[in-house]
Design a protein around this ligand. Structure first.
Ligand code: GLN
Ligand code: ZN
Length: 713
């Protein structure tokens, strides 16, 4: 086996430094450009990445980390796991990802504890796996034509099947992986990377046995590339000795989130993730060198803790940041430079840094009155019909509005003119909702570029970037703010818009805020304070905003917490503590509201089943939750809730307009499962990525369906 290159990354951003892929995808989807043009953009981005990594001095270049939509979907295609109903679509790949006329997309959910979303493979007992290695082979050849030897990266068989809930199909997919390894060997590929992040979560004995048999079988293959099994997002724990006992040549460990393996791994190459792929801070060379020196293995390779997919491209694209903050930052390019420097430094055995942290003390909990008291106060005051209809907050964000924001930033549009435009959008959203006959209205969030960034821009302690985009799903990116100092709220943030919206209508308009856990989860966070303390600082700022909204007359305030599940530690042992403080922070943010004020919360892709008690613990009067894509599962899980509940009636991530009958069916099923007095009717999530045309058609059907089902009650 050739030796492993001295430095590498597990993966790299692929959306493009100026979001070139996003533009190319959206133009292709809108029919403004051809598939060939889209593929050309992809090829340019891959070439740029390989060249840049090589220029920076990185030795081990990965390939197949590029994706037109999602690398898990790519793996499903690689293994032939394309459900029959998509095969005849014009473009089956994007049909699976986004749906097409009359065909819903596959389910999407969060990639471990990140804000990246992957497409959940759909695997049934009759899925006939069949290798289609076109993409990884093409990328190897494409790189070679440019003069680069690469290491193809593929999601490993155990993680792939665990994500699909189909580990019983292991034997079948292993046949495809064997075939892939043979093809890559014939192509002259020296190493292949199989990603197995699922191994850093608690695994049963059977699952560990599956790991053993999978890698014994792949390792036993006659002619194959070197096998590098990468783990990330935590500690391998019991899976490490299992992997170490198989013939794989290299094992990747996350030394930022996990500890230096205690075991002697002589005979293996350890790909040591010492440069964090999950934050934007520069690496401490002392800590990294100490960790590298403490690894006992035949070879130690300097690497990132996970793919750099989760960080922006380049600090150099941020000239406006405070120099003192810039000096502390490292994005993907800077992290690669760090890796190269570390790999050249030479490291020796020395004790690893002591990771112990002081545990924070308990937090005083403030309480609202019991739910029954609040519900009575709210009912008398709000006078809503049975099955009240509402939406999750945002209305379509028009291009003009984004252009207007850019113009304010460029100094070509005055703040006053901009605010008039925002008011115009609010008025438009309110009129549409009144015409449609919704019961609880929203102002539509036109003033917000993003539900987290908007608050970050108005709170002390945060910096925002100009180009720090990170892929969230498909063509969607966010620019996570950088939380670098103590958080404070110098003045009210949303009150002005909420008051304006309410002045236009007699229907209640919900105040709309983002919760403390989500603001922190979707930011890059200072690492010199326990996360919990940072979340409580944000909670205090939101608490002040809740009080001000209430004082300004808001009778309903929604505090979104879609990222509650996201920060859940992957190991069960650490989950209870997290959920306790996360829930306490939410209650801290919302418990300043009086009994008459109805608090709503919204969660999406939260896999409610897993954190049900915590969601219940938020004590919100109404919880709206993603449900259309996960179907009956969520309904069963949240059925035990004793407060208001709005399981989403249609998926807003797809342009498809739900039929009235389809919504009626869903509502009938919902009122059979839950007491009708508690049911709310709403879409799955905010509407900002949709067009007014789609929104009006969809909501008209939702209102019509609600009226019909209401009449049956
Ligand atoms: N209120 C937000 C919106 O409607 C919620 C978005 C989310 O849950 N991700 O856009
Ligand atoms: Zn949502």
């Amino acid at each position: 086996m050739p030796s492993f290159p001295k430095s590498t990354v597990l993966g790299y951003p692929r959306i493009g430094p100026r979001r070139e892929l996003k533009r190319a995808l959206e133009s292709y989807w809108d029919g403004r450009s051809s598939r060939a043009e889209l593929d050309r953009t992809g090829a340019e981005l891959r070439e740029r990445t390989w060249r840049r990594l090589a220029e920076l001095g990185l030795e081990g270049l990965p390939s197949n980390t590029f994706s037109l939509y999602d690398h898990v979907l790519d793996t499903a295609v690689l293994l032939g796991a394309v459900p029959a109903r998509y095969r005849d679509a014009d473009d089956p790949y994007f049909a699976m990802a986004r749906g097409t006329e009359g065909l819903a997309p596959l389910r999407m959910t969060k990639w471990f504890d990140t804000n990246y979303h992957y497409i959940v493979p759909e695997i049934g007992p009759d899925t006939a796996f069949k290798l289609d290695a076109a993409k990884p082979l093409a990328e190897v050849r494409e790189a070679r034509a440019l003069g680069f030897e690469t290491r193809p990266v593929v999601v490993g068989p155990v993680t792939f099947l665990l994500l699909a809930g189909a580990l019983d199909r292991l034997d079948d997919v292993l046949g495809c992986y064997e075939e892939l390894l043979s093809l890559l060997a014939a192509e002259g590929v020296a190493w292949v990377q199989l990603d197995e992040p699922a191994l850093v979560a608690d695994r049963t004995g059977d699952e560990l046995a599956a790991v053993r048999s999978a890698y014994e079988r792949l390792g036993g293959l006659g002619r194959r590339p070197g096998l590098f099994v990468a783990s990330y997002f935590g500690d391998l724990g019991e899976a490490l000795p299992v992997l170490a006992g198989t013939p794989v040549e290299a094992i990747g460990v996350d030394l930022v989130r996990g500890g230096v393996p205690g075991a002697d791994l002589t005979g293996k190459t350890v790909v040591a993730g010492v440069v964090s792929g999950r934050d934007v801070w520069r690496t401490s060379p002392e800590r990294a060198l100490a960790a590298l020196g403490a690894v006992r293995a035949s070879e130690v390779v300097v690497s990132t803790s996970c793919s750099l997919l989760h960080v922006p491209y380049d600090v150099a694209a941020e000239p406006a940041l405070e120099p003192s903050l810039r000096d502390r930052l490292a994005f993907a390019e800077q992290k690669v430079a760090e890796l190269v420097a570390l790999s050249r430094a030479g490291f020796h055995e020395s004790p690893a840094a002591d990771p112990s942290v002081a545990l924070p003390g308990p937090v005083a909990q403030e309480e609202r009155s019991p739910y029954a008291v609040r519900a009575a106060a709210q009912a008398g005051h709000l006078r809503l019909p049975l099955l009240p209809t509402t939406t999750i907050g945002s209305f379509p964000q028009t291009g003009e509005l984004r252009a207007a924001r850019a113009a304010v930033a460029a100094g070509t549009l005055s703040q006053a003119d901009y605010e008039r435009r925002v008011e115009g959008e609010i008025e438009r959203a309110i009129r549409v909702q009144e015409r449609l006959g919704l019961d609880v209205l929203v102002h539509g969030e036109p003033e917000r570029n993003d539900m987290v960034q908007y608050f970050a821009e108005h709170l002390d302690g945060f910096a925002v970037t100009a180009n720090g985009w990170v892929q969230s799903y498909g063509s969607r990116c966010t620019r996570p703010p950088i939380l670098h100092g103590d958080v404070g709220r110098p003045e009210p943030i949303t009150v002005r818009w909420a008051t304006y919206a309410q002045s236009l209508t007699d229907k209640p308009v919900k105040g709309m805020l983002t919760g403390p856990v989500t603001i922190v989860a979707w930011s890059f966070v200072r690492d010199d304070l326990p996360l919990r303390d940072v979340v409580f600082q944000v909670a205090d700022a939101i608490r002040e905003e809740v009080r001000d909204l209430e004082a300004a007359g808001a009778s309903i305030i929604q505090v979104d917490e879609p990222a509650l599940r996201e920060l859940l530690p992957l190991r069960r042992g650490a989950q209870g503590d997290y959920l306790e403080w996360a829930v306490a922070a939410y209650r801290r943010a919302t418990s300043g509201a009086g009994d008459r004020t109805q608090i709503h919360t919204h969660l999406c892709y939260s896999d409610a089943g897993e954190i049900l008690t915590a969601i219940d613990g938020l004590d919100a009067d109404v919880t709206t939750i993603e449900s259309a894509r996960s179907g009956a599962r969520i309904l069963g899980a949240v059925g035990a809730f004793e407060r208001g509940l709005g399981p989403g009636v249609y998926d807003i991530h797809s342009p498809r307009v739900p039929g009235a009958e389809e919504v009626e069916d869903l509502l009938r099923r919902t009122v059979r499962a839950l007491p009708a007095e508690r049911v709310w009717v709403n879409p799955d999530c905010g509407l900002k990525t949709r067009t007014y045309e789609q929104v009006e058609a969809s909501l008209a059907n939702v209102v019509a369906a609600t009226r019909k089902v209401r009449a049956e009650l």
